[in-house]
Design a protein around this ligand. Structure first.
Ligand SMILES: *[C@@H]1O[C@H](CO)[C@@H](O)[C@H](O)[C@H]1NC(C)=O
Length: 165
């Protein structure tokens, strides 16, 4: 009997520790924000199929208090070869405005700002019913200095301008 109790206690302890461990992991990354930065090769301020991923570009996640605008969270990251970044988020940010900002393009020939598209808002709270810890803001982009020659064709294909233009 005593032996059974000891074993049971041991198992209980292991379970207890492992759930504590899970908790610790969960709190260090409440959410993660994953998105991409692209080069708008057509200067149309949206993604086309000939947009290119912008690798090695710097992005920043910032949360500020809704009232007063005080900075509450900030995390910098860099895009990888697919133009994708992934930023960890600590804590719930319900009463805050959080956004990702593309700070700097890695390409000198593709660094023109698109009005507003270098930043995207993101909701970082579980109190609005989204249970997942993954958050995907809209893609961020910079414009190329000179549009590629086949852009008209690409845009026409998207049905955005008449083909017989
Ligand atoms: C780029 O980063 C994303 C997000 O972390 C990851 O899913 C993907 O596998 C990475 N790609 C490469 C080629 O490293």
């Amino acid at each position: 009997m005593a032996k059974t109790c000891a074993v049971a206690a041991l198992i209980a302890t292991i379970f207890c520790f492992s759930s504590l461990l899970n908790l610790a992991q969960a709190t260090s990354e409440t959410f993660f924000v994953e998105g991409k930065v692209y080069c708008d090769t057509c200067r149309v301020q949206f993604e086309t199929k000939i947009s290119q991923p912008l690798a090695d570009s710097k992005v920043r996640l910032e949360c500020r208090k809704r009232e007063g605008g005080e900075l509450t969270y900030s995390f910098d990251g860099t895009t990888n070869s697919t133009g994708t970044y992934r930023l960890p988020v600590d804590g719930d940010h319900e009463e805050e405005i959080c956004e990702v900002v593309a700070l700097k393009s890695s390409r000198a020939d593709c660094s023109d700002l698109m009005a507003g598209y270098e930043r995207a808002r993101i909701t970082l709270t579980k109190k609005n019913g989204i249970a997942s810890i993954a958050r995907y803001p809209n893609p961020l982009g910079f414009m190329i200095k000179e549009a590629l020659p086949n852009c008209l064709e690409i845009i026409a294909e998207m049905g955005l301008i008449p083909l017989d233009l």
